[in-house]
Each structure stands twice: as C-alpha cells, then as structure tokens.
Design a protein around this ligand. Structure first.
Ligand SMILES: Nc1ncnc2c1ncn2[C@@H]1O[C@H](COP(=O)(O)OP(=O)(O)OP(=O)(O)O)[C@@H](O)[C@H]1O
Ligand SMILES: [Mg+2]
Length: 271
C-alpha cells in the first residue's frame, strides 16, 4: 500500500486498497432480513458515513465490522484480504476499534483508569509487579492533549464527564492504542449542537491521524460536515451510495428523508 499511497493523490484515497470493504453483504436474524446487498468502503484518512432511519440496519452493519456478528452473504475484506471475524477481540487485533453509543466505561473509575481499561501497563517484576499509575495518568493527559482535549483533571470519575467528552476520550483511546479503523455508532445522537461539534472535531482529528473512520448517524448535517463517502440505508437495503463530490448537503438530506415522502408530508401539513 505504501508506494501507492505515496504516489497517489491524498484527496482521492479510493486509488488505494480500502482498509475495510463490504460488498453486497446480507445479514439475517432468523428470518428477519436486517441487511441486503450493502456495500461500503473505508479508506485510511477517510470518513465513511452510514445514514439511515431507526431500524435501517446501521448497527447491524457495524456489528459485522466489529466482529460481533457475521455476514450471511457477500464479501467482507480487511486490507484486501477476505475475512470472517470470529469475535470483537479478533476485530481489535486486526486494528478495528468500535465505540458503541452506550460506551463501555466504568463511571466511578477515574478517566485514566478507563483510558487503560483492559490494557493496563505494569512496572516491577514478580511479587513487586504493580500497575504503573503515574504512567497511566501522564499518558492519558498527554494523549487527550494531543487530540486537543484539555481535561481539568484525569483523576475525576469518567461518569462526571459530559456525553461528548466521554466520546472524545473513547476516540483518543482508540487512536492511542493504534487502531487503523475507528467505528462510531451514532456518537452525536444524544448530544446538543455544541457538543456534537466538539465530537465531530475529534472524529476529524482521528481521520487526520490517518485512521479510516466509519461514522453512523441519522443526521445528514453531521455526516456532511466531515464525511467523504455516504451510504444510505433503508429497511436494510442500500438506497444510495455517494462520494462527496457527487452530492450536495441538500440532496443528501432529501435522499435521507426520502425526498418525495417529505414533499408529501409537507403537503399534508400545509393548511
Ligand atoms: N439481535 C437481533 N435479533 C433480531 N432482530 C434484530 C436484532 N438486531 C436488530 N434486529 C432487527 O434488524 C433491523 C435493523 O436493526 P439495527 O439495529 O441494525 O437498526 P439501526 O439502523 O441501527 O436502528 P437505530 O437507528 O434504531 O439504532 C431491525 O428491524 C431490528 O429490529
Ligand atoms: Mg442502531
């Protein structure tokens, strides 16, 4: 990939092998068809947005990428190699980090403790082996600062942070632990305008650090602010797939809202 990336134009990442590619992927839950024929590319230094209403299949899609579910048909490849992930650990080992909406944090533990949860560095050996708390504190602070997040105090319980700040910590954590692909399930869904902006800024920072990002959202404005590819899902099927140059925010919003359905609605609401 290296030589091609170097010679290629950085604004057209599609010239390189995608970090993650889904092609014509389908997924059934029993006899419920949650996804059918969905394709998605995620490139290093790019943000692929998945848009769709409730029940459209967005979470199902990322659960396949995150190793939580397996697809029933179609192709899933990581860096050009066709893959079937056994479990979420497998996905992590392949460099895919997923931040779920209900972040898996321990609210009463300090921010630094949550930052290192499951990957705590130790010092000393044998019976003297213990957690390297200083290192964790310092690293958490510096990693957050590197992403432009200036927390008053990394010793405060993570439960005292706002939803937006928690999302930011989770993003910084994925970057620190060397993820290549960052998957975010509706990181701005529960946030106000300002906090959403902050989270989107760090999504962009992760992209600038070279990660490939999958951003799930039902907000076309948020998607268009940072995205360079857009996949629209409707009842499990792909109702649109665009690169940024091909679509305006207006068209994306209309397509997302189901264009003619929205016209019909506004007609009905007019009196
Ligand atoms: N574990 C499951 N078992 C059975 N059906 C499921 C399961 N998970 C999801 N579904 C169904 O699959 C479809 C897609 O669900 P999914 O959670 O992927 O949608 P979504 O786009 O993430 O929706 P939301 O915006 O509400 O989060 C829905 O009809 C849902 O009811
Ligand atoms: Mg969902």
């Amino acid at each position: 990939m290296g030589t091609q990336a170097r010679g290629g134009d950085p604004v057209t990442p599609q010239s390189t092998t995608p970090l993650v590619e889904l092609r014509d992927v389908s997924k059934f839950y029993g006899n419920i068809k949650a996804l059918e024929g969905v394709s998605l590319e995620v490139h290093a230094g790019g943000i692929s947005c998945v848009l769709g209403d409730n029940g459209a299949g967005k979470s199902t899609l990322i659960k396949i990428i995150a190793g939580l579910h397996q697809h029933d048909a179609g192709m899933f490849s990581i860096e050009g190699e066709e893959t079937r992930l056994a479990n979420p650990r497998d996905a992590l080992d392949r460099g895919i980090a997923t931040v779920y909406q209900d972040l898996a944090v321990v609210p009463l533990m300090p921010v630094w403790r949550n930052f290192f949860l499951g990957s705590e560095p130790t010092k000393g050996a044998g019976p003297f082996k213990r957690l390297d708390v200083d290192l964790m504190r310092r690293t958490t602070r510096s990693e957050l600062l590197r992403m432009g997040i200036d927390l008053r105090d990394v010793d405060q319980p993570i439960g005292t942070l706002s939803g937006g700040e928690r999302q930011c910590v989770a993003i910084a954590r994925a970057v620190h632990f060397g993820a290549k692909v960052l998957v975010l399930d509706e990181p701005t869904a529960a946030l106000g305008v300002k906090q959403s902006g902050v989270v989107l800024k760090y999504v962009a920072a992760a992209r600038d650090a070279g990660l490939g990002v999958v951003l799930i959202t039902h907000n076309p404005h948020h998607a268009y602010l940072v995205g360079d590819r857009f996949v629209l899902l409707k009842r499990g099927a792909m109702s649109g797939s665009h690169v940024r140059d091909e679509i305006t925010l207006d068209d994306l919003t209309r397509e997302m809202a189901g264009g003619s359905e929205l016209d019909q609605l506004s007609h009905e609401l007019e009196r």
